[in-house]
Design a protein around this ligand. Structure first.
Ligand code: HAM
Length: 435
């Protein structure tokens, strides 16, 4: 421990209690954060390749947007929103999901007038006051896409294929796509009445009955064995689709077949958000325990109108970056590099430091990642830092080397060190890294 570190340690012992991050929020610290960034960027890149432009959304919106857009009966709105009054006494909410915000923005800025579909992608944190556990966080990270304004089954398939391609690009194999149709404005109300009639004949407990009154479809998703048994003969929407919704669904599956995207039917799928119509899907990973949904989405043909916009359809997905990273860990795939530097500068003396910081700047301008040992530490401590940085090479420079016009270039993998001319060191390092 250096004198500075000792002092910091002593101060901490006497000082106030240190703060901790809020509960249920994962932090991604180096070197593991390299995985987080890689997963997020790989998923977003798959969307960019299909022409989805980046949208940077507000982190909070008017509370009413989510109440109306996501649905008052959903857990997300009823129990999980971070809502508060701002200093102007307006109720605002930290965004629990991205679709409502994207649709609000499309309406507000008339993006639909610039050609359809409007294709947007986003990435960032969302907030839900859930009970934290592995894979379920209060600040969760998503990469999402939305395609608004064209009701074409091929577009549903495109959205699904983008997610699939993102997972594949990460090297994941242990996931599956579950898909169903939640019908349209024609068949959904009739089905709802039919299901409510069926539920009325069951001996359900009070809370379940209440849930059924608000949204009977939720009971289909109940995990309790006794409810599952009672629901075994429940009517399924897939058997009561309107001809339009059935045709749409068949066409989506055909496109997925053409694209070689495998899927399984899950006619009991219920999503936690109320805006879905027709195509609805989830990507499930088996290596994650109970929080197995790594992404989900679907069509939301009524949402634009519900939020005061034109009668335009939409389809999209949200992929959980936290859970996708967990899936990579579960499968042992790690396609990202954890090294944060390619080269580490080790100056031994003040003159050497002045020279090395200039060499470092020159290397950075050539695109090389360079870190330098600061604080006048000795060779041993500096070499330890060099190893920790993950660098491939160290440039070791003593004051005496400067007089001789050379620097030591050490290969941190083989341990070999050779002298190179000081004036040529930048070119030598660039060449060595390129080979
Ligand atoms: P969602 O299913 O609520 O959909 O969330 C999408 C994904 O976010 C989930 O599949 C999961 O991977 C991740 N996720 C959700 N909650 C948590 C949590 N508490 N902790 C960790 N990960 C979580 C939506 O949000 C829709 N907006 C998706 C969409 C876009 N539908 C149409 N367009």
């Amino acid at each position: 421990m250096t004198a500075t570190e000792q002092r910091a340690d002593g101060d901490r012992a006497r000082g106030p209690e240190p703060f901790a991050a809020p509960k249920g929020i994962p932090e991604y610290l180096p070197p593991a954060s390299a995985g987080f960034v890689h997963v997020r960027d790989t998923l977003a890149a798959a969307a960019a390749r299909a022409g989805y432009g980046h949208i940077e959304l507000p982190i909070f919106e008017e509370t009413g947007l989510y109440a109306r857009g996501v649905g008052e009966s959903t857990d997300v709105v009823a129990k999980e929103m971070y809502s508060f009054a701002d200093r102007g006494e307006r109720s605002v909410t930290l965004r629990p999901e991205g679709t409502a915000g994207v649709v609000r923005s499309v309406i507000e800025h008339n993006l639909d007038r610039q050609g359809l579909p409007v294709k947007l992608r986003y990435a960032g944190p969302f907030f839900r006051y859930e009970r934290p556990q592995a894979g379920r966080y209060r600040q969760l990270q998503q990469v999402g896409v939305e395609a608004i304004g064209i009701d074409d089954p091929a577009l549903d398939a495109e959205v699904i294929a983008i997610a699939d391609e993102g997972f594949k690009a990460l090297g994941l194999t242990g996931y599956r796509l579950e898909i169903t149709s939640l019908g349209d404005a024609e068949c959904r109300p009739q089905y709802r009445a039919r299901l409510q009639e069926f539920l009325a004949g069951l001996d359900l407990d009070g809370p379940t009955r209440e849930r059924a009154a608000i949204n009977p479809l939720r009971v289909l998703d109940d995990k309790r064995p006794e409810v599952r048994a009672a629901m075994a003969d429940a009517p399924l929407l897939m058997d009561h689709l309107s001809s339009g919704a059935a045709e749409h669904h068949a066409a989506v599956l055909e496109h997925l077949d053409d694209l070689g995207v495998a899927y399984t039917a899950n006619p009991r799928m219920v999503r936690g958000l109320d805006y879905y119509t027709k195509t609805t899907f989830e990507f499930v990973h088996d290596g994650l325990g109970s929080q197995s949904g790594i992404g989900g989405g679907g069509r939301y043909d009524g949402l634009m109108a519900t939020l005061g916009g034109p009668e335009l359809t939409g389809v999209g997905f949200g992929i959980g970056v936290d859970r996708t990273l967990m899936a990579c860990e579960a499968e042992g795939v790690q396609p990202w590099a954890v090294a944060r530097a390619d080269v580490f500068g080790v100056p031994l003396g003040d003159a050497a430091k002045r020279r090395l910081v200039v060499i470092a700047a020159a290397l950075r301008s050539r695109g090389v990642r360079v870190d330098v040992s600061y604080g006048g530490r000795g060779l041993k401590g500096a070499m330890k830092s060099a190893d920790r940085s993950g660098a491939r090479y160290a440039i070791v420079l003593g004051d005496r080397d400067i007089a001789g016009g050379t620097a030591g270039l050490k290969d941190l993998v083989s341990g070999e060190q050779r002298d190179v001319g000081l004036d040529a060191v930048v070119d030598e390092v660039v060449a060595a890294l390129g080979s």
